[in-house]
Design a protein around this ligand. Sequence first.
Ligand SMILES: NC(=O)c1ccc[n+]([C@@H]2O[C@H](COP(=O)([O-])OP(=O)(O)OC[C@H]3O[C@@H](n4cnc5c(N)ncnc54)[C@H](OP(=O)(O)O)[C@@H]3O)[C@@H](O)[C@H]2O)c1
Length: 227
Amino acid sequence: MESKKILVVGAGSGIGRSLLEKLNAIPEYFPIGISRRGRPLEESFEKGKNYYCDLGDPNQIVKFSKELLERWNKIDAIYFASGDGLFLKIEDLEWEDLQKHLALNLSAPILLTSKLLPALGKGSLLCYISSTAGKQGFPESSPYCASKHGLAGFAKAIREEVKGRGIRVTTVYAGAIDTPIWDGREGFKREDMIPSNDAAIFLESLYSQPATLNQDEILLLPPKGIL
Ligand SMILES: NC(=O)c1ccc[n+]([C@@H]2O[C@H](COP(=O)([O-])OP(=O)(O)OC[C@H]3O[C@@H](n4cnc5c(N)ncnc54)[C@H](OP(=O)(O)O)[C@@H]3O)[C@@H](O)[C@H]2O)c1
């Protein structure tokens, strides 16, 4: 049987990197990643490797999508695990920082979905990593909350758009997962967070469960809840 082609968007570190490693350990899967620290594209993809694409640049997204579709005629799952944080008082916001943040956290997954959707078929999965900040508000996080609410809203609409094709769409409202996104943020205990390898185990299971069911929205928290 042909191996399952899986794209992990944002596989340079954190959740995406752990997920790419987890998927790559499963013989039936052929996963690849993309992020800024990926390697240049080759004639054909190598299983488990992370390839270069700066998702802040729409031209690179369009180019990568085209090159991916030249190598893969179908995609079985896409996990959207790229993004950054923009944590500050709203009075301190700079326009340029806001544009970069929204481009990465919101516009990039939207554009990628638009370009890659033709290669998804019955039983495939689109998984968007939103956040507890995509469900409720947190102080000094307003651009991040806006981007994560936006991503969840986009997923709701796409779910309606593709349900007739048997494509599963899952939004994960993730609580604290121990990754570099928390570096430099005071007042949070890393030991209370979900280890990123454990988050990867959960995320992989979203694809491997029967394609006859769709877990549409999931709140994924560490046992201590919202930290
Ligand atoms: N950790 C948590 O507690 C948590 C909770 C809820 C939601 N999330 C969400 O999960 C996602 C992943 O975050 P993380 O926690 O794993 O943090 P992370 O380790 O900082 O991961 C960010 C990922 O995005 C990629 N990335 C950043 N800028 C990029 C760009 N311009 N182009 C391409 N890729 C880019 C990074 O790879 P490169 O550096 O190689 O580009 C990396 O793979 C984010 O959307 C975050 O909001 C995280």
